[in-house]
Design a protein around this ligand. Structure first.
Ligand SMILES: [Zn+2]
Ligand SMILES: [Zn+2]
Ligand SMILES: [Zn+2]
Length: 374
C-alpha cells in the first residue's frame, strides 16, 4: 500500500528443519558464510549493560527498549558492527554468478508508518495496528483478514497480494500497469507433481492455474520420516509425560510438548525461545538435544491430541475445540446436543459452535452401558 504496488509476491524459505527438505536446502549453503566468524557487539554504557545482563531472549530485549530511555539507540549502536559484519560476509557469496543482496532490518518507526497507511484503508475493527502485534492477533482482525483474502493468496511459504480493481482501496489507487500486462500477471503457483509423481510439473504448465500447497516437499517427503520419529519417541509421547503446549503459528492449534521428566528451567527457556520466534508449525521437531518432544506426524489438518485433554494437562490449559483448537465459543454442558451425549458417554470432548455448525460431531469416550433411569 505504501508503495502503491499492483502486485506483491513475498516468499520465504522453510522455517526450522529445512535441511530435511531437498528443495529448501539453501540454509546450509548460507551457513558457509558464517564459518570462522566471531561476533561481539560493542560494550554499552554500564547502566545499559547491567539492564540487559539477564535478558536471554529477543522479546525481553525489545520490551526493555520500550521502557528504558536511551536503550534503543545505545543497543542499536552497539550491535551495528555485528550486523555490518554479517551483511558483509553474506554479500560476498555468489549464487550462479550473482552476488547475494543483503538488507538491514526495518526500523520500528518505519513499520508503524506503514501500518498507519494500512489502517487508513482497512479499518481493522477499529483496533490500531502496531508493530508488536503477533500473527495470531493480526489474524483476529476481521477487516484485515477479509482484505487479504479478497486480494491474495497466502500459503505456507508465500504471501501474495494483487489489486482487484473494484474495492474502495483499488478504486482510489487504480492499477498502474497496462491492462494487457496486468491481466497476464498471475499468482506464483505451488509445486504440483507430474503424472509419474517423481518430478514437479514445469512452471509454465502451472502458471496461471489455481494451485494449493498440499504437495509442498516438507509435507509429502517427510511424512514417512515423521511417523518413524514418533514411533522411536513413542515412550515419551504419552499422556503422563505431556508437560506443556506450543501453539502452531499457522493453524493456532495447541500441540503437546513432552519430556521424560518434569521440565527443567533450561527446557522452559528453550520452549520460551521457540514460542517467541513465533514460527513453530505443526510437525516441526524440537531441537534434538533439548530433551523435549512433539508428535511430528501432525499437520495443521490434524485434530488436537487426546493427551491435551489428559489429567496432567487439563489443570493448566484451557479447554479447546478438538477440531480447530479454538478456546472461545465452545458449546457448554447445558447445550442440548452436548447434554444428550453425556447421557450416553462419560467423556465428551469440547467442540466449538463454528465446527458444530459445519456438521462436526463431538468426540466421545467411555460408553455408558446402562442409560440412567429418570
Ligand atoms: Zn481491491
Ligand atoms: Zn498447524
Ligand atoms: Zn472448532
Amino acid at each position: 500500500m505504501q508503495l502503491d504496488l499492483d502486485m506483491l509476491v513475498a516468499i520465504r524459505t522453510a522455517p526450522n528443519h529445512s535441511w530435511m527438505n531437498p528443495a529448501e536446502r539453501c540454509m546450509s549453503l548460507l551457513n558457509l558464510a558464517l564459518q570462522h566468524v566471531a561476533l561481539e557487539r560493542n560494550t554499552m554504557d554500564e547502566k545499559f549493560e547491567k539492564a540487559i545482563k539477564n535478558k536471554s531472549s529477543l522479546t525481553a530485549i525489545c520490551n526493555l527498549a520500550e521502557y528504558k530511555e536511551g536503550f534503543r539507540a545505545a543497543f542499536s549502536t552497539s550491535i551495528n558492527q555485528v550486523i555490518d559484519k554479517i551483511n558483509n560476509r553474506f554479500s560476498r557469496m555468489k549464487l550462479k554468478g550473482e552476488n547475494i543482496i543483503t538488507y538491514k532490518g526495518v526500523k520500528k518507526e518505519e513499520i508503524e508508518d506503514s501500518l498507519d497507511i494500512v489502517c487508513q484503508f482497512v479499518q481493522a475493527d477499529h483496533t490500531k495496528l502496531n508493530s508488536s502485534m503477533n500473527s495470531k492477533e493480526l489474524h483476529k482482525l476481521k477487516d484485515l483478514k477479509d482484505f487479504i483474502e479478497w486480494h491474495g493468496k497466502s500459503c505456507h511459504y508465500g504471501f501474495q497480494l494483487k489489486k482487484c480493481g473494484n474495492c474502495p482501496y483499488c478504486v482510489l489507487n487504480p492499477i498502474r500497469l497496462d491492462d494487457a500486462v496486468f491481466n497476464k500477471l498471475h499468482f506464483l503457483p505451488d509445486p504440483i507433481p507430474d503424472e509419474t509423481g517423481q518430478h514437479y510439473k514445469p512452471f509454465d504448465q502451472l502458471y496461471g492455474m489455481m494451485t494449493n500447497d498440499k504437495h509442498r516437499p516438507s509435507f509429502a517427503n517427510v511424512q514417512g520420516l515423521k511417523a518413524e520419529a514418533d514411533k522411536i519417541n513413542r515412550d515419551v509421547l504419552k499422556s503422563g509425560k505431556s508437560r506443556d503446549v506450543i501453539l502452531c503459528s499457522e493453524c493456532f492449534k495447541p500441540r503437546c510438548v513432552y519430556s521424560n521428566t518434569k521440565m527443567t528451567r533450561e527446557q522452559d527457556g528453550i520452549l520460551l525461545c521457540i514460542r517467541e520466534e513465533d514460527n513453530y508449525t505443526c510437525g516441526d521437531a524440537f531441537p534434538v538435544d533439548s530433551g523435549l518432544f512433539v508428535r511430528e506426524s501432525l499437520s495443521c489438518n490434524s485434530e488436537v491430541e487426546i493427551n491435551y485433554y489428559g489429567a496432567t494437562m487439563r489443570h493448566f490449559v484451557p479447554p479447546c475445540c478438538i477440531y480447530c483448537g479454538k478456546t472461545e465459543d465452545l458449546l457448554d454442558d447445558v447445550d442440548d446436543y452436548i447434554q444428550n451425549l453425556y447421557t450416553m458417554f462419560s467423556v465428551v470432548r469440547p467442540l466449538c459452535k463454528t465446527c458444530r455448525t459445519a456438521g462436526k460431531e463431538a468426540k466421545t469416550w467411555g460408553k455408558k452401558l446402562f442409560a440412567k433411569r429418570s
